[in-house]
Design a protein around this ligand. Structure first.
Ligand code: UD1
Length: 367
């Protein structure tokens, strides 16, 4: 019996592990799949609601590390995860995405000579000011199985000298969740609760340190909302980091003064999917939302200088504008007037990535 531990830590991890858990459950006689939650995200609205919405079982292991500086958080995960690995002795550790928990667990497992699989490998922004870029580089160099979502990932890994035999183009587990839950999300009453009509609002998310931890940058983004406030209604579920900075920088009054903008707490997976699917436009600095909007065919304007997910801009609905606010205003107005760029769905984003990954692992481990 193969014993596998998948690691989740932060909000964008949960919807990536859920389809893997389902795919492993179909082989329960051969694999014991355990979920370890590091506790990097711990608020009900950043964590628990996702377990409910995604029908994930309670984590088998909870490390409870909480917030801290990068070194503190990473170190706490490593110390606790090492104990888990010594106790459980899994055959494989699966890490997803690029958060601090991903880095911490891949380092810990590889030092104990436990094989590591990285799901969503190979993505590069080529911007080491992003903590996630460092997490991606380290995780990939240590991983034994690298599951890639788009061609750029294969190219990047090859350029970095990762042997082809370790790299598998399997599509995207996050899209598996989107495909699986879209119908259920359609039943959410989120539009009524926010009092908006389909395709008549802009959905906003912002949490990148480069945008929200720098006052001038957050003010620039605020000026974008002010410029288009009479063109659209906004719904803006606010990440705890962003909530804290708005208060600290004394910007709450300027946000409140935009009468068409509704700020709210972070929202669960199904409600958020309903909002994405029905938005006229998405303004974001998230990685995953660039991909989700491409799959849903919803116009997305990314308020970042670069993207590690270039397929979304090359063939999808994504437009990466950085903090060029005049350009963001122009592109937003175009999308709100129904003349956004058209998009296509990337190869293998078909809802079956987790099945492919599980089939590859079962074959490799010969169980
Ligand atoms: C983390 C990930 C980022 C991901 C994001 C999604 C890293 C380096 N960053 O960033 O890649 O896109 O999650 O949300 O791993 N906080 C709470 N409650 C929580 C969690 C956080 O209040 O449940 C607050 C704390 O003040 C904390 C701050 O948010 O210090 C930042 O949390 P942290 O996990 O360090 O990073 P994120 O910005 O969430």
């Amino acid at each position: 019996m193969l014993k596998i531990i998948s690691v989740v830590g932060a909000r964008p991890n949960f919807m990536k592990v859920a389809p893997l858990h389902r795919a492993f459950a179909a082989h329960a006689e051969r694999v014991r799949h355990m979920i370890c939650h590091t506790g990097q995200h711990y608020d009900e609205k950043m964590s628990k609601i996702f377990f409910e919405d995604l029908e994930l079982p309670q984590p088998d292991i909870y490390l409870g590390v909480g917030s801290g500086s990068h070194a503190e958080q990473t170190a706490r995960v490593m110390v606790e995860f090492e104990k888990v690995l010594r106790e459980e002795q899994p055959d494989l550790v699966i890490v997803v995405g690029d958060v601090n928990s991903t880095l911490a667990c891949s380092v810990t497992a590889s030092k104990l000579k436990i094989p590591v699989a990285h799901v969503e490998a190979g993505l590069r922004s080529f911007d080491r000011d992003m903590p996630e870029e460092i997490n991606r580089l380290v995780t990939d160099v240590l991983s034994d199985y690298l599951f890639v979502t788009e061609q750029a990932g294969i190219d990047n890994l090859r350029r970095e000298g990762i042997p082809d035999e370790k790299v598998f183009f399997t599509g995207h587990v996050m899209i598996d969740s989107l495909a699986y839950y879209r119908e259920k999300a359609a039943l959410s009453d989120a539009l009524a609760r926010f009092d908006v009509l389909p395709k008549a609002f802009t959905l906003v998310t912002l949490h990148r340190p480069s945008n929200v931890d720098v006052k001038e940058n957050l003010e620039k983004i605020l000026s974008l909302f002010e410029s288009i406030q009479s063109d659209t209604r906004f719904i803006f579920p606010v990440h705890p980091r962003t909530r804290a900075r708005i208060a600290e920088f004394g910007l709450a009054e300027r946000f409140d003064a935009i009468s068409s903008l509704t700020l709210c707490d972070p929202i669960g997976y199904l409600d958020f999917l309903k909002l994405m699917d029905n938005a006229a436009l998405i303004l974001t600095d998230s990685g995953g939302i660039q991909e989700e909007s491409t799959w849903l065919g919803v116009p997305c304007i990314t308020l970042r200088e670069n993207t590690e997910r270039p397929i979304t801009a090359e063939i999808g609905t994504n437009e990466v504008v950085g903090l060029d606010i005049p350009l963001a205003v122009e592109k937003s107005r175009a999308a709100l007037n129904g003349s956004a760029k058209e998009g296509n769905i990337p190869e293998l984003w078909d809802g079956r990535a987790a099945e492919r990954i599980v089939a590859i692992l079962l074959e490799k481990f010969q169980v």
